[in-house]
Structure formats: structure tokens, C-alpha cells
Design a protein around this ligand. Structure first.
Ligand code: NAD
Length: 288
């Protein structure tokens, strides 16, 4: 491994945080994962161990790689303490503006002046995050996908004031993590959510109009366009409530009818049909 971002702090050890810490440590860097308590962050470390053990069972990771990766990982419940000496801090706490702001202020005060501060946000403005710090040129979006150790995309989000060197360093980081990077401007939904939601909302409107069955609309994209999964099935997996919240946000920000929440989606969410997690969405998941 080169000298780029040798010491990385990941804030949050949930779904995304533990995955990010894992791929960072696997790339040869030292990673400190921080959460609100030792118990919570130890649970995140446990998930990394499970992922790596599964990797060894499947022959994707050697036992030596697993042990070396775990050896480069440490955990802490002291955010400011962990940030001293960090070259890169990646925030992966819940999507709550007030919480993210508090984290950025602590990190900005504690991390060295040259450190890059990144957010894994799926929808919030990177430019706004930069404005909370004394170093907006070093603030950037690093949008990983779940599960982080498997999904190959890294969406790099450039805020209005993000510096060219910060973008270049993050591109190099992506390559060293084995990820394929795209670089997009800070704009609502970035590239991934904006396109994904546009297709899903149109599919829901088509279902509402009776253009085809859920199965046939999904098959149109799976077989006709080689999507690995149709937009309605994917919405069932993500959660109808989650996608409704995203489209409401995009509609408010972008104002185009593409993102106007379809009546059918609103009705289904009100009725508790949230997709796989509730047993029913566009498909019946109770029957399997
Ligand atoms: P999560 O709820 O699974 O994990 C968040 C973690 O942050 C929890 O462990 C929580 O204890 C911790 N946390 C809360 N307050 C904290 C604090 N003050 N200091 C340190 N840790 C704190 O959430 P997630 O799904 O991992 O999402 C994290 C971020 O990633 C969000 O911004 C989300 O929008 C984004 N994201 C999520 C996904 C996904 O599929 N889940 C995909 C891409 C991006």
C-alpha cells in the first residue's frame, strides 16, 4: 500500500460503517471504527469478523489476509481522540442533518488540518457539510453501496468547493480499495439515486395505469435491458417507505414531475405494505 490515507477513521459501525472499515483495513490501511459506545462498536467489529470468516470459507480471502485485516482494525467510542493523526475520516452515521453537523464539527476540530473529511450520505448536500468546517476544499462525498465489501461502485461527490486534489486522492483511494469510481457534482440524488428513483417511480405509475403486471414490468427491464433486478422488485427490497422518502426529497429539490410521488406508492405505504420487510409490497413475500 502507498502513503495515501494511511490512517482512516470511520464514524458509525452500522450497515455501512462496518463495511467501509473492512474494505479500508483490507487495503492495507489502519482503520479505527468509532461508535457511541464500546458495546455497539464491538458488535460492528463482530460483523466484520463474520464477513471475513465467510470469505475464508468460500475461498475468496486467505486466513492470513483475514488476520492481517483484523490486525489493522481498532475500535473506539472517543471520536475526537480517534481523529488525532487521521488522514481521512469517513462519516457513516444515520441520515440526520443535525447529527451529521455535530459529527463534522467535532471531526473538523480534532483531525489534522490536511485530513480529508468524507460523508457516506445517500442524499444530503456535500457543499453544506463543507460549510460546517474550516476546510471545505477537503470535504467530499464517498458514497459506498451495501454490502460494501461486495458492491464495486464508489460514487464520489464533489461539493461546490471540493478541491481537485481531494477528488484525485479519492479516485486513487477507490482504485486501491478495488472499487470503480464515478465522480458527480453535488446535486440531489447524485447519479445513482436520481436515476434509480426515476425508473422506479415511472414503473409504479405504469402499474397504476394498468400497463402491465408487476412481474411483466420488471421482466421488461430484466430481460430487455439486462437489469439484474426489475425496479418494482428492487423497491420491495429497499422498502417502499424508504423510496417514498427519497422521491419526496427529490421532488422538493428538483421540482420535476418525474419525482412526484405516485398515489399508488403513497397508498401502499399508508397501508403498511412496505415490501419484503413487511411481507408484502408489489410482490407477496410471505409465500416466498
Ligand atoms: P445504521 O443505522 O446501520 O448505522 C449508523 C451507525 O451510526 C450506528 O451504529 C449508530 O450507533 C452510529 N452512530 C449514531 N450516532 C453516532 C455518533 N454520535 N457517533 C458515532 N456513531 C454514531 O446506518 P447505515 O445504513 O449504515 O447508514 C449510514 C449512512 O450511510 C447514512 O447517511 C445513509 O444514508 C448512508 N447509506 C446507507 C446505505 C444503506 O444501504 N444502508 C447505502 C448507502 C449510503
Amino acid at each position: 500500500m502507498g502513503e495515501l490515507f494511511e490512517r482512516v477513521v470511520v464514524v458509525g459501525s452500522g450497515t455501512m460503517g462496518h463495511g467501509i472499515a473492512q474494505v479500508v483495513a483490507a487495503s492495507g490501511r489502519s482503520a479505527i471504527m468509532v461508535d457511541t459506545s464500546t458495546e455497539v462498536v464491538e458488535a460492528g467489529l463482530g460483523k466484520i469478523r463474520e464477513n471475513l470468516d465467510k470469505g475464508v470459507e468460500r475461498g475468496k480471502v486467505s486466513a492470513e489476509e483475514r488476520d492481517a485485516t483484523l490486525g489493522r482494525l481498532s475500535v473506539s467510542a472517543d471520536l475526537a481522540g480517534a481523529c488525532a493523526g487521521a488522514a481521512l475520516v469517513i462519516e457513516a452515521v444515520p441520515e440526520d442533518l443535525g447529527l451529521k453537523r455535530r459529527i463534522f464539527e467535532i471531526v473538523d476540530g480534532a483531525a489534522p488540518a490536511g485530513a480529508v473529511l468524507a460523508s457516506n450520505t445517500s442524499s444530503m448536500s456535500i457543499t453544506a457539510m463543507g460549510s460546517w468546517t474550516s476546510r471545505p476544499e477537503r470535504v467530499i462525498g464517498l458514497h459506498f453501496f451495501n454490502p460494501v465489501h461486495i458492491m464495486s461502485l464508489l460514487e464520489i461527490v464533489r461539493g461546490e468547493l471540493t478541491g481537485a486534489q481531494t477528488v484525485a486522492d479519492c479516485r486513487a483511494l477507490a482504485a486501491s480499495l478495488g472499487k470503480e469510481a464515478i465522480v458527480v457534482l453535488d446535486s440531489p440524488g447524485f447519479a445513482t439515486s436520481r436515476l434509480g428513483i426515476a425508473i422506479a417511480m415511472e414503473a409504479i405509475r405504469m402499474l397504476q395505469e394498468g400497463v402491465g403486471s408487476a412481474e411483466d414490468i420488471d421482466k421488461a427491464m430484466e430481460l430487455g435491458y439486462r437489469f439484474p433486478m426489475g425496479p418494482l422488485k428492487l423497491t420491495d427490497l429497499v422498502g417502499l417507505d424508504v423510496r417514498l422518502a427519497i422521491t419526496e426529497h427529490l421532488y422538493a429539490e428538483l421540482g420535476t414531475d418525474t419525482f412526484r410521488p405516485p398515489q399508488l406508492l403513497k397508498r401502499m405505504v399508508m397501508a403498511g405494505k412496505l415490501g419484503k420487510k413487511s411481507g408484502e409490497g408489489f410482490y407477496n413475500w410471505r409465500r416466498g
